[in-house]
Design a protein around this ligand. Structure first.
Ligand SMILES: Cc1cc2nc3c(=O)[nH]c(=O)nc-3n(C[C@H](O)[C@H](O)[C@H](O)COP(=O)(O)O)c2cc1C
Length: 364
């Protein structure tokens, strides 16, 4: 993310005063981010080590604002994934929808990693209390699937894409991957439908950027420099959007000066027009169980896309602003169904990688 358009100001500054934005530790941030995605050593027969390695794969999942809002419990043949409510984002996500979607994304990674290690996962969502996912494990034949192999390569790629269409076979695979239990993905590839989505992205983005509380919350999750990103291990690293890294005091000032609805909306228009299509994840029922399921469907979609060399990035503004969401659903002909996530996709280069916290800090 750093989905707001302070990119223009930052890029302009980088061009005129490169010494101000240069950061010596970029190589190490890149290296650390890559290392997080390399398989760990697991000694045969060391169950505890294997479970921690499975959790590492789960944590490579996307989460809203990269909050990594999950807590994993390891109990013999059971892994639980609960919400870390201290990582809520009350402004952008007042009903914790994105938080539970994020748990679903982590669950999906876990399912593929478990299978690659000769275990079969049975997933259950327990709605009591705050609600948590439990994954019980049984022995089975190991399958290293293309989706498993894509876990370490997946990223939310927020750059422009190449404007090329995808084949029908690719679209069919994405549609299959993105549909699940009570959740389905609607793929929009007609330019007129994509322009319609853009209208609502622009409305949502304008409303959000005119809300000081939204901007303040977003800023709190931005990691402006390499050091800040490495030290926190979470949040929205500037480099992951192709923005220059810079000290916090400067990044924060740039954001205040240059983050405007107009420039950001122009950026979204360019990004949507360079994409092959837009995926909207919807369900008839909207409760925590379906939010988790939407996360699982999205993550399968993203892993399938990655396996095909296709990138994707979220554009959730229209579903995040509660007053715009029903109008957006109606414009897409979804009736009263809840659109959960809006994602553009297409081919293009990767961007720098986001960070993750160490596995021990997400274990309970
Ligand atoms: C539920 C959910 C909502 C998200 N919404 C947005 C969004 O609106 N815009 C955006 O750029 N990224 C969005 N993201 C992507 C996260 O910011 C991203 O996953 C995180 O920064 C980690 O980066 P990575 O996915 O590349 O590893 C969302 C992710 C999730 C799971």
């Amino acid at each position: 993310m750093i989905r707001r358009n302070f990119v223009l100001g930052a890029a302009a500054l980088a061009a005129t005063a490169p010494s101000l934005v240069a950061c010596s530790s970029s190589a190490s941030q890149e290296e650390i981010a890559r290392n997080l995605r390399r398989p760990g050593d697991v000694n045969a027969g060391d169950r505890a080590q294997l479970l921690r390695e499975l959790v590492r794969y789960a944590t490579l999942a996307p989460s809203s604002h990269n909050t990594q809002c999950w807590k994993f419990g390891l109990q013999g043949s059971l892994i639980t994934i609960a919400a870390d409510l201290s990582r809520r984002c009350p402004v952008v996500d007042p009903d914790d929808h994105h938080l539970f979607v994020s748990l679903g994304c982590a669950t999906e990674n876990l399912v593929h990693a478990v299978l690659a290690n000769g275990l079969q996962a049975s997933v259950n969502f327990d709605a009591t209390g705050a609600g948590a996912v439990s994954v019980s494990l049984d022995t089975t034949k190991a399958i290293i699937s293309p989706m498993f192999q894509a876990i370490a390569e997946r990223q939310c790629t927020r750059g422009d894409y190449d404007g090329q269409t995808l084949s029908m076979d690719e679209l069919r695979l994405l549609e299959k991957a993105g549909s699940g239990n009570g959740v389905r993905v609607v793929l929009l590839t007609e330019r007129s439908a994509m322009e319609k989505v853009l209208e609502y992205v622009v409305s949502g983005n304008t409303a959000q950027l005119n809300d000081p509380a939204f901007v303040e919350e977003l800023k709190a999750w931005i990691r402006f420099s390499h050091d800040e990103a490495v030290n926190a291990g979470d949040g929205l690293f500037s480099g992951a959007t192709g923005n220059p890294a810079m000290p916090r005091w400067l990044g924060s000032r740039m954001m205040d000066l240059f983050l405007t609805p107009k420039s950001e909306n122009e950026r979204y228009a360019k990004q949507i027009r360079s994409s092959a299509g837009i995926a909207v994840f919807v369900s008839d029922v909207s409760d925590k169980a379906h939010w988790v399921e939407a996360g699982r469907c999205y993550e399968r979609f993203a892993l399938q896309a990655t396996a095909l060399g296709i990138r994707n990035a979220f554009l959730n503004q229209a579903v995040e602003v509660a007053s715009i969401r029903p109008q957006f659903a109606a414009a897409l002909g979804l009736g009263t169904r809840r659109p959960h996530l809006v994602v553009r996709f297409g081919r293009g280069p990767t961007l720098p990688w986001s960070m993750r916290r160490p596995v021990q800090s997400v274990l309970v």
